[in-house]
Write a protein that binds this ligand. Structure first.
Ligand code: FES
Length: 198
């Protein structure tokens, strides 16, 4: 199963390095010269403007990573099989019904934690100490155990999340991955950073 990412690995590593620096001041100090040299649209994005993603080309099973507010955000088009697994392991999860508030907008507080059933939009930052989990879609992967249904695995301390970003029991991460505000403008245009207008 293939997946694509618009953030190269080096960017992820740089982000991790910045995130692990002591305090936010260090991040601001190292980011400023870069921000000043950006084009206006890039500058707006860096300061939190919504990010538009065309989900049309993302094939079932593919993961795309985009950047929003300096954070990596995954856009995963889930396959039928992935959706089926999400309905079969609630007993293994810490918060299967997304009862903990603040981890997703109200319109994503449903079984699949999404607006469209097949598209998952998740902030790719582990809720334990902020590492970036890896995409591990293969059920029963030898290093994750025969009961592994597929999802996301954090290599830092072993937290596991399913294809909806719901955290498994008995791992260090205390809560589900964050679902950022988002809505669709048209059939395949996703806007990350802004919820649907009332
Ligand atoms: S940062 Fe992910 S498990 Fe600790």
């Amino acid at each position: 199963m293939s997946h694509t990412a618009t953030l190269p690995d080096t960017s992820r590593r740089l982000w991790l390095t910045a995130a692990s620096a002591a305090g936010g001041a260090g991040i601001v100090a190292t980011s400023l010269p870069f921000v000043v040299s950006m084009a206006p649209s890039e500058r707006a994005r860096a300061f939190g403007a919504p990010v538009e993603v065309d989900v049309g080309p993302i094939k079932p099973g593919e993961l795309q990573t985009v950047e929003w507010r300096g954070k990596p955000v995954w856009v995963l088009r889930r396959t039928t099989e992935m959706l089926e697994t999400l309905r079969s392991h609630d007993d293994l999860l810490s918060d299967p019904q997304s009862g903990r508030r603040g981890q997703q907008p109200d319109y994503a507080r449903n079984d699949l934690r999404s607006v469209k059933p097949d598209i998952a939009v998740l902030v790719a930052i582990c809720t334990h100490l902020g590492c970036i989990p890896t995409f591990r879609p293969e059920p029963g992967a030898s290093d994750l155990g025969a009961s592994w249904p597929g999802g996301f695995f954090c290599p830092c301390h072993g937290s596991k999340f399913d294809f909806a970003g719901r955290v498994f029991k008995n791992v260090p991460a205390p809560s589900n991955l964050e679902v950022p505000p988002h809505h669709y403008i048209g059939e395949s245009k996703l806007l990350i950073g802004e919820g649907p207008r009332a």
